[in-house]
Design a protein around this ligand. Structure first.
Ligand SMILES: [Zn+2]
Length: 399
């Protein structure tokens, strides 16, 4: 179960109300401190909220134990998940109300999940030895089929079909954990791995000429929804292409899941592509370097324009993809899982990204919000690329 922001605030306000009710018999100081901490929380001054609530909780542990909830919420909003868990446990030690205990236990679970996000699986490119790469490059006459919980994979290589099925399950699980937390996927997907780019272009359900992979959702004659991903086995030199499993498969899978999640609703292309790149098993630091360089120079695509783009031309495609990845990663890193999911839910109802984000953060509408977001993202992207450049040449593309 996800506890959303209103639930958090309701619970915190409940704590405040309870303290106010006690004010006649308990310390007026505690009540005043609680009100000030709640006001700071509402103003999003989380450091101040924590300081006031913590001082109350420590000074009067018997009377002010409920303010641990404010301490915990403020810490959670500052992404100090382990410290937030400690504060929730202090609250639990005193709380006897079953519904509040259930709520706080769920928050602890969310904090633990956020503190220890699932690590991406080791990329295929780092797992395969030379002998296995050679075996995976073989094209057999027979078309092999491998089944898993969600996938039916067909490839001209039995070992590859098995590996694709395993990697597809891992990618789907990661997408449903990280990008669309809590999303269930009760569907099956056909995956075809074509030996060469030429075969892929000939057979794929939808095959843009610049990609070695694609996805499609179609309705068959008997009314069934057919979900499909097409991939390519070999690169231009006839070697097994590890990018197919590390990048193309999770990328196309993410597009597939997002396409069904958004349905007829419009998702900005930049966000869609940014999330698909986040689903890949490796982080391509060249994208972050390029995004930082573009945002610092004259070749940048400003955020309002980036969010309006429905397609990209060859002369700005690299910057478009780099900035899209940088933006999606920036938002994902700064929002809690609940807030990120809520932002997507608002986009799904038709709101533009900036309005969806303001709602997810429960901040009042502000017409300068998009400009402020653009500036904050730009500053961080430039700082990040400078940091990566300082680490070169040891780091150009890594996990
Ligand atoms: Zn894409």
């Amino acid at each position: 179960m996800n506890c959303d922001r209103p639930a958090i605030l309701a619970c915190v306000l409940l704590a405040g109300a309870a303290l106010t009710a006690l004010a006649t018999t308990a310390s007026q100081t505690v009540t005043a401190q609680t009100q000030r901490a709640l006001a700071a929380l509402r103003e999003k001054d989380f450091a101040l909220a924590e300081r006031i609530a913590l001082s109350a909780a420590q000074a009067q542990p018997e009377r002010a134990w409920r303010t641990w909830l404010i301490v915990a919420t403020a810490r959670e909003r500052r992404r100090q998940f382990e410290a937030a868990t400690d504060a929730y446990r202090e609250f639990l030690a005193m709380c006897r109300c079953p519904s509040e205990r259930t709520y706080v236990l769920e928050r602890i679970r969310q904090c633990q999940r956020a503190a220890n996000p699932p690590r991406p699986p080791l990329p295929i490119s780092k797992r395969l030895g030379p002998a296995q790469r050679q075996r995976l490059a073989r094209v057999q006459q027979r078309l092999w089929t491998e089944s898993s919980q969600h996938f039916l994979v067909r490839a001209h290589n039995a070992e590859l079909a098995k590996l694709v099925a395993e990697q597809a399950e891992t990618s789907l699980e990661r997408i449903c954990q990280i990008i669309l937390p809590g999303q269930v996927y009760p569907h099956s997907v056909d995956v075809y791995v074509w030996p060469t780019v030429e075969e892929y272009l000939k057979h794929a359900a939808t095959a843009p000429e610049w990609a070695g992979g694609s996805f499609s959702i179609k309705r068959s004659d008997d009314g069934q929804v057919v979900r499909r991903i097409d991939l390519t086995q070999l690169d231009g030199q006839g070697r097994f292409d590890t990018n197919t499993l590390d990048r193309t498969l999770p990328h196309e899978m993410c597009h597939l899941v997002l396409a069904e999640y958004f349905g007829d609703a419009h998702c900005p292309l930049a966000l869609n592509e940014g999330l698909a790149m986040m689903a890949e098993a490796t982080v391509d630091n060249r994208r972050l370097l390029l995004a930082g360089a573009a945002l610092a120079g004259s070749g940048r695509i400003p955020l309002p324009e980036l969010l309006r783009m429905e397609r990209c031309e060859s002369d700005n495609a690299e910057v478009f993809y780099a900035e899209s990845f940088s933006l999606a990663a920036y938002l994902h890193a700064r929002l809690t899982a609940d807030e990120f999911r809520e932002m997507l839910e608002h986009i799904k109802t038709g709101l533009p990204l900036d309005e969806a984000l303001q709602r997810a953060l429960y901040v009042p509408p502000d017409e300068r919000f998009l400009a402020r977001l653009d500036k904050a993202w730009q500053t961080e992207a430039i700082r990040q690329s400078q940091f990566l450049r300082a680490l070169e040449p040891t780091m150009t593309a890594s996990r």
